[in-house]
Design a protein. Structure first.
Length: 327
């Protein structure tokens, strides 16, 4: 987007004041503004190997963090209907400004649409449903541009959210955690596992690799990014020299350096990723099998279990033929 690109170039000027390496500045620019032009292929590879490549693409996580920060910022407003609508309008305007500035990535647009529908339901005092909201967001995007269906970001984004909606609470209920200090990281772990379960096959199809340390890196890096994204955006927008600006800049520098250090450390681990590439047929059959098993767990119909096992058998035969009969 030319408009977004111009805005990004203008907002990047304060980065010259940061006491960070060029690579660290490129990571901060990518996480906060979605500006990836200065990022080297080596840095992208390191984030991919450690299973946190989603931090380098403005996604639902980034939009949700910004939305949560805006909700916290406007929480001081009175609870009257007028201020409730004012908070709603301000949140949506600033949220979509962030989506536009970061380049209107399909995953960010999806998150923006979902949050718009969710916040609209709340301000109208209506009950919202995650699946309906996800479907409505997908319908709006595909009605605007049907080619979004073939965009990798669109596919990964919707699969991840769908998996989180279906699996996250089920995984969380496997271990009942009553301590609130432990419950929060456990919730992040289950979200990571649910998203990874839904996107693994697609990642193997498109990228041919699967990170073996994603569970170790996602928890600390998600925690850091949750504070770094709003802090970085505030630092970029504030004029230099105001009281507290130096402390905020120091905080942004330390957080960015720590985030980059964690990624760099884990990327040096031996056997950090599993490499294999699967074909389109195996990908489709794999997701069909997963769907059948999930429907069996929900409905307990033996036919769903049988269908899932048959699809697994087809996958086995396809892999067998590919290994022994393909030159």
């Amino acid at each position: 987007m030319e408009f977004a690109g111009g805005k990004q170039e203008y907002l990047l000027k304060p980065f010259d004041r940061l006491n960070l390496s060029k690579e660290e500045k490129s990571v901060l620019a990518t996480i906060t503004l979605g500006y990836r032009k200065d990022m080297s292929r080596d840095v992208r590879k390191r984030f991919s190997l450690t299973g946190v490549a989603h931090l380098l693409a403005v996604s639902g996580f980034h939009v949700a963090v910004v939305c949560g920060f805006l909700s916290l910022l406007f929480s001081f407003l009175p609870k009257s209907p007028f201020y409730r609508w004012l908070k709603y309008l301000l949140t949506l305007c600033l949220l979509w400004c962030f989506v536009v500035i970061t380049g209107l990535a399909p995953s960010a647009v999806r998150a923006g649409l979902m949050l718009t529908l969710y916040l609209s339901g709340r301000v109208l005092r209506r009950t919202t449903d995650g699946y309906n909201t996800l479907a409505a967001a997908a319908f709006c995007m595909l009605a605007f541009n049907p080619l979004y269906l073939f965009d990798v970001g669109f596919q990964l984004s919707y699969l991840a959210v769908l998996s989180i909606l279906f699996l996250q609470l089920r995984l969380q209920d496997l271990i009942m955690v009553r301590n609130p200090i432990v419950a929060m990281p456990w919730g992040w772990i289950t979200v990571t596992l649910a998203a990874q379960a839904g996107t693994t096959l697609l990642c193997l199809y498109y990228f041919g690799q699967f990170s073996l340390v994603f569970l170790c890196t996602n928890l600390p890096l998600t925690f850091l990014a949750t504070f770094l994204i709003p802090a970085g955006l505030i630092w970029i927008l504030l004029p230099a020299g105001i009281p507290g600006y130096g402390l905020l800049q120091l905080f942004v520098e330390k957080m960015t350096h720590t985030l980059f250090w964690i990624v760099d450390s884990f990327s040096r681990v031996t056997q950090v990723a599993f490499y294999t590439r699967i074909g389109l047929l195996v990908t489709v059959l794999g997701y069909g099998s997963i769907l059948c098993f999930l429907l069996y767990l929900k409905t307990r119909r033996p036919g769903m279990l049988l269908a899932g096992l048959l699809l697994l058998l087809f996958i086995f035969f396809d892999l067998l033929i590919e290994r022994f009969f393909t030159v």
